[in-house]
Write a protein of this length. Sequence first.
Length: 374
Amino acid sequence: MKKSKKRLNYLLVIVLLLLVSVGYAVLNTNLNIVGAGTINNPTWNIHWENVSVKTGSVSASTPTIDTAKTTVNYSVTLTIPGDYYEFTVDAVNAGTIDGMISVISNKLNNTEITTLPNYLQYKVTYEDGVDIAPNHLLASGTSEKYKVHVGYKKDISSTDIPSTAQTLNLTFSVTYVQSDSNAIAKPEPYVYTVNKYDRSVTNPKYNAVWLNQAFPATITKYQTASEALAAIKTASTKDLPFYLKHKIEDGIVTESYVEFVVTEEMAQANTGMVAGTYTLRGEKTYDPDTRTWLVDESYISPYYETNKEAMKTAFGYATNPSRCSESGTGRSSYFICSVSGLGASSDADGDVDASDADISYCYVYSSGDSSCDW
């Protein structure tokens, strides 16, 4: 009898398991997520590409890139003051890993450069004139264009001219490493100012920033538009929505702009206006020292139409054309827009400005100077 009981229990267990299995089968639902994934090997590939010599450079052999694409070689002879040689080359990140600059070395005759001979111009920067610096990011799939300039100074005294031929070995090297939390984007080649017009100041003249001249050491530079807006608000004790922007290359001011801001509040109060920051570019077309025009009577600044379009958008010209007006023809053309609390204008000579209701303003004049007043 005991033997029979054991057998019965065993069979019962089997039946229960089968019933449970059937129960699951009847109620079964398949949920599938099907994917194919590949993890590639990360690649490190930063190298030089695309050498291009600037027009106007003295005759010389085109710079060459070695087979490893890590070295650019060039050779040039500068014969008379004013001769120069300039080329650009791309630093390319063709790998899958972001890179950043770790070390920069700039040597003359195998010695790190601290000063240059009086007769020599030499600098390696980004193409837009921004200095190359540690931690600058070179993201995967991007490139940065480097500019190499070597020249025989033009404005030097006879005592600075070497009495014998000089052999100069110039070596620039930059080391890229895998980027980390210290990586920063290359800065834009612009600075911002709110320098106040002052006729009593002679250096720089009128306390202005002048196109095609060195940026004055006495004028405060701001690195962002927000800093400039805060500075003009503090200095003027008014909430002035404009400031100046300048591009500086090798210490020289090459571009000057007025920027003005249409706030959300102003846009809401003036139907059609579009909130945002707008840029008006000025141009030097007149020499105040010689009192002569640098352009002929038919000249129209190439920035005039672009400036007009920026103002039309800012002031809602499409829906409210009465806010803007244009007068004159050719070089006497003049475009102006205004609402309560903000105005802007541009003319074909190269003048631009932005102003508020109580005639505080910032401007770039066709004579090349730019400043603000309040």
